[in-house]
Write a protein that binds this ligand. Sequence first.
Ligand code: ATP
Length: 496
Amino acid sequence: MGMEWLIGAGAGVFVFLIYLGLDITPFLFLGGAVAALYLLTQGRGVGRNFEFLGGGEGAPPISQVTFSDIGGQDTAKRELMEALDFVKDSSRTEQLGIRPLKGILLTGPPGTGKTLMAKAAAEYTGAVFVYASGSEFIEMYAGVGAQRIRQLFGRARSLAQKHGKNHAIIFIDEIEVIGGKRGTHTSHLEYDQTLNQLLVEMDGLRSHDDVHILVVAATNRADLLDDALLRPGRFDRQVRVDLPEKEGRLRILEIHMRNKPLEDEVDLEEIARETFGFSGAHLESLCNEGAILAYRKGKTRIGQEELREAIDKVILGERLEKRPTDAELKRVAGHEVGHALVSEVVDPGSVASVTVTSRGRALGFMRPVPVEERHLYTKEHILDRIAVCLGGAVAEEAIYGERSTGSSQDFEQANQLVSQLIGAGLSSLGIVNEKYLSQEKLHQAAKEILEEQEERVRGIINARVDLIKQVSEILMEQEKISGEEFRSLLKLATAA
Ligand code: ATP
C-alpha cells in the first residue's frame, strides 16, 4: 500500500512542477534510478527469486513427486530414505539426543534427478518444499545474497506454519555458486557473506524448533565446495546420483511412457540398451520427441521407429557424447572384470559392483566395498592394492593380446603405492632416506615391486580367462553386475 501512496504523491508533485514551468528531467532520472535499486535489492527485478517458487505464487508448495516416480537410482534412493527416516522419527531421535539432520548434499551429473529426489524427500517427510538456485543469490550489490538467504529460511518457516506442517525442505540447486571455497571468487566478499549467512542459518537449526528445516543441496562439482559446508552438523550426508544403468534407464522410460499410447510392438528394452550415457532428463526428452514424431506422422500411437528416431534427435540436439563402440565397450568390460577378479582373489568379498557406464572420465568402474579409513597399512595390504591396479591391463593383454591407453590412471595409482612402500622402508632397500638415493636405485626398487606383482596378477588372470570372458559378456548385456553375482560366478568357475 505504502508504495502506491508514494507513487501517487510523486506524480502529483511532478504535475505541479510542470505547471510551474520547471524542467523535471533530472528528477525523473533520479527517481528511476532509486526505484530500480529498490526493486533489485528486494529481489523483484531481474532474476526473480525463490519468493515465487514451490509451484508458483499462491500454489501450495506441497510436492506431489514420490520416490516411485524416480526410475533407477536405487542406491541413492535407499541412502536418502535412510537419512530421512531420522527426520520423520524426530521425537525418538530427540529423546536419544541425536543431533538433528540439517543438510543432505546430492552430487552427480546434470539431469539425473537430483531435484526430483529433493521433491520426493519433501513428499516422504510431509514437508513443504521451497526451491532456490545458487545463482539467484548473487547480484552485484553487497549484502543481497545474505539477505536472500535469511528470506529463504524465513519463507520456509512461514510456509510450513501456513500449511500446518512441522517440516520444511529447502532445496538449493547449484550450491557450488555460493558454496565454493571461500576467498577464491574475484568479488569474494559478497560470495563469502552469502555462504557465511547460510552456515549461520544452518547452525541455528534446532531439533525443538516448531518447524524442522532440512536443507537439501545439489551440485555436480562437490570438489569445489568449501570444507566448512561439509563439516558435521551441516551437509554431513552425501548422496551420489549417477547416470542410470540399463535397468535404471528402462524404469525411467516406463515412467515417462505411462501417459503415452504405445504400439504393441514397442520394445523399451531395446531403447534402454541404445541409450547408453543418457540421463533421466535426456530420456524424458526422448519420450516427448517420440510422441511429437508420431503426431507429425498423423499416428495415434507411438511406434518403435519414432523412438529410434528420437534417440538420434536427442543425441544431436544435446551434443551427447557418442556411445563407445561395441569393441571399446568389450575391452572396458574385460579390463574392469580383471580388476574385480584380482580384488576378489586377494581379498574375498571386496567387490561391491562392476559397471561399464561412464563415471566422469572413466569408461567403466569397479566399485570396492567401502572399508573404514585406516591409518596403518601393512606391506601385504599395499601389495594387494598394487595387484588390483594392475589387474585391468593384464586382463586386456590376456584376452586381446595387447594393452590399451585405458590403464594409465591405474599405473599412476600403482606407482603412488610403490612410492609409499619405499618411503615407509618396506621395500628391498630397507629403511632409506630417499634424498640420498640415486634415481636409478629408486627406479630399480620400484621396478622390482611392480614386476613381482605383475607376475602374481598374471597367474591369477591366466587361470581364469574364460570366467573373465563370461562376466564381460554379462556386463555388455546388463552394464552392471553386483559383487554377489560376481562372487557366485567365481565360485562356480573355481568348483568346475
Ligand atoms: P540439474 O543438475 O540440471 O538441476 P537434476 O539432477 O536436478 O538436474 P532433475 O531436474 O531432477 O535433474 O531432472 C530433470 C527431469 O528429468 C525431471 O523433471 C524428469 O522428468 C527427468 N528425470 C531425471 N531423472 C529421472 C529419474 N531418475 N526418473 C524419472 N525421471 C527423471
